[in-house]
Design a protein around this ligand. Structure first.
Ligand SMILES: [Fe+2]
Length: 301
């Protein structure tokens, strides 16, 4: 708690606790009294739709804050930014007036090929300049700040010279964007690449974090696979309690994209997030007693 008291508050408003809006739950969301505080919509599912999905999203938006969460910005690609995509994103944002616009720290294709995946970047000074400049271009086009999410990773590049947490923090500082901190992704990547997930959280500048993601992974034996098909794991709840204690109130969202449960089960998972965020974290207390508090003036924090 000492860290949270000393560091600048987040630049971003806290929307409370929400869930990803999925077609399987449209009827529940539209008919049920408010059980969640806000929703996140996958941007591309609504960009070119003028049918029921967009109608549903507009109905949801009348009652709740909404975030637009993209999977195709490809901010790290060396291809030119897709101006048509940005125009369509800007039009959707104008229509929905989202509380947040987010995408991933990744690349999705090159030389015109779209690989439909969130691929990791080499973390180098060159990539840092490249991504930071592209985020500035996107924000200028949208006339608003975006948030970038840390990806789940399964490999690291030998020629990376910067830790992911430093790279992400530095992109946020250089481009004045926000960070969507996916706690599950931190844990998955930490297990796959053998780093300390708590050190990752410690290195992220609190005021840049505008949203937290939670999700479930699948243990494949030799690695963890970010499937969004299961409840949040106990280890990720531990890391989330620690993160919440470090950061204070941050808009928090549960993603569940495969083996999607009944809406009540999803609401129960979000309610658990609400309880865990309010709970004391012994590990956080121990760590903040054992370690010096972060200096908010330290570059890269
Ligand atoms: Fe996520």
């Amino acid at each position: 708690m000492a860290d949270a008291a000393r560091m600048p508050a987040s630049d971003w408003p806290s929307l409370g606790f929400g869930a990803g809006l999925r077609a399987e739950h449209y009827a529940d969301v539209l008919s049920a009294p408010a059980q969640l505080d806000w929703f996140e919509a996958i941007t591309e599912n609504y960009m070119d739709s003028f049918g029921r999905p967009l109608h549903v999203l507009e109905s949801v938006r009348r009652d709740y804050p909404v975030a637009l969460h993209g999977v195709a910005l490809s901010i790290g690609s060396t291809d030119e930014l897709d101006r048509d995509y940005l125009d369509r994103l800007a039009a959707l944002a104008e229509r929905i007036q989202p509380a947040l616009i987010t995408d991933h720290l990744c690349w999705c294709g090159v030389d015109g090929a779209v690989l439909h995946d969130l691929l990791p970047l080499p973390y180098t000074e060159e990539a840092l300049d490249h991504v930071s400049e592209r985020v500035r271009i996107v924000q200028d086009r949208l006339k608003r700040r975006i948030l970038l999410e840390n990806p789940s990773t399964y490999i690291a590049f030998d020629h990376s010279t910067i830790d992911e947490w430093t790279f992400l923090s530095e992109v946020a500082e250089r481009s004045d964007c926000g960070i969507l901190l996916d706690v599950n992704n931190i844990y998955v990547s930490a297990r796959n690449l053998a780093f300390d997930p708590y050190a990752y959280v410690d290195a992220i500048p609190r005021r840049r974090v505008g949203q937290i993601h939670l999700a479930g992974f699948t243990d494949m034996g030799s690695y963890l696979f970010d499937t969004h098909s299961a409840p949040v794991s106990d280890d990720v709840w531990d890391l989330f309690r620690y993160t919440s204690q470090k950061l204070g109130p941050v808009s928090t969202l549960v993603e569940w994209d495969a083996e999607i449960p009944p809406f009540d089960r999803l609401v129960a998972e979000v309610d658990r997030a609400r309880r865990e965020a309010a709970a004391n974290s012994p590990s956080a207390t121990e760590r903040s007693n054992a370690e010096p508090a972060l200096d908010p003036a330290t570059p890269g924090r």
